[in-house]
Each structure stands twice: as C-alpha cells, then as structure tokens.
Design a protein. Structure first.
Length: 349
C-alpha cells in the first residue's frame, strides 16, 4: 500500500507538536491557532474540532451540533449537558493507546446520528489533530470504503492540522488489512471484554489478546473468538452478565463492520466439547497449551477484573486528575437517541 508517511509524521505525546525549520514551525503554529476556532465539517452530519470549540456554546449552536463525542475526559468535562448529548471517552495521544477497542462503539454512535434527520455529531480531542482525527479517518475508511491514505487526505483537506500519531496510523492500517484480506479474517483472533479505562471502569470494550489460544481464556470473563471468519462467545463460569452482554454486542459489530459470519455460537466453560467439538479441537492445535482447567485464571488480567468488581461494589477510587475534573463512576444511562424535537428543529433551519 502506497502511503506518504511524511504526511502523517508522528506527533509525540501532544496534538500540538510541530517540527521543521523556523518558518515551517511558525506556519504550523499559526494554522494550529486558527484551527482552534474551527468546527470542521467532514460530512454533513460529522464534525471535527478541538476542545476550544467544545467549550464554545455559541459556536456549537451555530454549527447546529446535537451530539458530542469527547475523547479527552481527562481535561474536558461535559460542559453543556442541557444543550447536547454527550459520550465521553478517555484516550491518551500515545502510540501505545489502543483505539481499535472503541472503534465500533464510535461508529455505532456516529451511525445513529446519521440516521436521525437533522442531527450532527462533533468528535473532539484537545486540538482536533490526532485522537479525534484518527477516529474520523477510520469512520470514512469504513463508511466510504476508502484506503487509509484516501480517508486521511479527505479529512486533512477539510482540517489542515490533522496529523495522527504513528501508533494510531499503524493500528488503522492493520485494521484495514484485517477487514479486507480473507487470510486475515480467517486467522484466529481472541477478544477479551475488559474495562476500557481506569477512569471509566464500567465501560467495557473488546480488547485483542494474543498471540495464543485457549490459554488466554479466564473463568471470570467473556471472550469473543473469531476463527475461519466464524464467531464464538466463550463464557467463563464466573463471568459478570454485563460482560456477556458486551461480548454479544461486539460479535454483532464484527458481523456489521467486518463481515464476519453469523450467527454467533455461545460456548460455556467446561462444555466446549459439547458446544463446538470440532472447532475446539482445531483451537487446541493453535494454542500454546493443549488443555485448560475449568475455573482457570490468567494473572495478568487480575487488575482489570478487580477494578471492575470493586467499582460495582462501590469501593474503587480512580486515579486523580491534575485537571481537577470530578469523575462519576456511576453507571451511565444510555441516552444517545434524543427526544425527536432536538434534531427536527435542526432540520428546519
């Protein structure tokens, strides 16, 4: 795949890193400053910006925004809950940050807005350069069946400062291979349902595990197994019902966004040979261990499961934020679909 890597050079630790000679740096800083006042229209229902726009009620209303996906809960609270419908996530602008585990949840949110007549969604991070830009690029890759390069250039043509960090670029190019190559779709892939962030432990996402096989399964969890483009949900004996529900939704998303083959088969711990005897035998041959004990646990998952359980019990304390923003650990009511009037008023303008 041809890709101009100079166009997507790495931004380290901050959306605002600029490089080059003095003239280039000055120009980039000017563009960055100007972009902070821009609510960039990518598609008629999809906008991209930084936190300055997200804090400007008048500009948001002038842009007829109805929904906001905030990727930087660390520094930007939900300022106008009476005016907009929010979804807050917690992404670091780091090459090691996993954006693929939230990808399809973000797609779902955008798609709901697209289908609601008159609604518009804003994706924002600190400066609208890397985090929110990467998710916007990914959405165009799927929605318009574009390559990373084409989607990147389309988004950049509408917002000049777009510059995803190379970790995000690498993930999106890997994702593109996974959804486009039959060999990638047939390979064994295991997803573990786990908390996305210590700042929001009740928000569960499917995280890729591996390399490995059945030795990755843990009695406390729910796992989505994809093999030969077929889907299986493995349910541990100590699995929380909420984790099973998220696994079920993740499997549905794989069918919708990656053309995996449904229906999904539920596999119960200890009943694998009865539920999927032939497939289980094949999975054993792909694993580092030819057997696993019922009730088995994986030590490196302990922190995630303890964090989730403690949050459910009300005894978990999240890390302190330097910004002083208060973190609400209570379960959030899903209210992404608005009262109809809030969107219909937009469509009449």
């Amino acid at each position: 795949m041809k890709l101009d890597l100079q166009a997507v050079k790495e931004s380290q630790n901050s959306d605002s890193v600029v490089r080059g000679g003095d003239a280039d740096v000055h120009l980039q800083k000017e563009r960055l400053a100007a972009s902070q006042k821009e609510c960039s229209c990518i598609l008629p229902y999809l906008f991209l910006a930084g936190s300055s726009v997200a804090q400007n009620l008048e500009l948001l209303q002038d842009s007829r925004i109805t929904h906001i996906i905030n990727f930087v809960g660390f520094v930007c609270p939900e300022l106008f809950p009476e005016n907009f419908i929010y979804r807050t996530l917690w992404l670091q602008d780091s090459g090691s940050e996993d954006i693929l585990c939230i990808l399809y949840d973000v797609f779902d949110l955008i798609e709901i807005v697209r289908e609601l007549r008159g609604c518009r969604v804003l994706l924002h991070c600190c400066q609208g350069v890397s985090r929110s830009a990467s998710l916007t690029i990914a959405y165009l890759m799927w929605r318009k069946n574009q390559s990373f390069e084409d989607a990147f250039h389309e988004v950049k043509s509408r917002r000049q400062v777009v510059n995803p960090n190379m970790g995000f670029v690498s993930q999106l190019m890997h994702w593109q291979r996974r959804i486009s190559l039959p060999s990638e779709r047939d390979a064994l892939q295991i997803y573990r349902v786990a908390p996305h962030s210590p700042y929001d432990p009740l928000y569960l996402v499917p995280k890729v595990e591996g390399p490995g096989g059945i030795e990755l399964l843990d009695t406390r969890g729910a796992f989505v197994i994809r093999y030969m483009n077929m889907l299986y949900i493995w349910k541990g004996q100590e699995c929380h019902k909420e984790m099973l529900s998220v696994a079920d939704n993740a499997a549905f998303q794989l069918v919708r966004y990656e053309r995996a083959q449904g229906p999904c088969v539920l596999v119960r711990e200890g009943k694998e040979k009865a539920d999927i005897s032939n497939v289980w035998s094949e999975l054993l041959t792909l694993s580092r261990s030819m057997s696993r004990s019922v009730g088995g646990r994986v030590a490196r998952y302990d922190a995630d499961y303890e964090m989730y359980t403690n949050t459910k019990m009300g005894v978990y304390t999240p890390p302190r934020l330097e910004s002083g923003i208060l973190i609400n650990l209570q379960p959030k009511e899903e209210n992404w679909i608005p009262v109809q009037d809030s969107c219909s008023s937009n469509s009449q303008r």
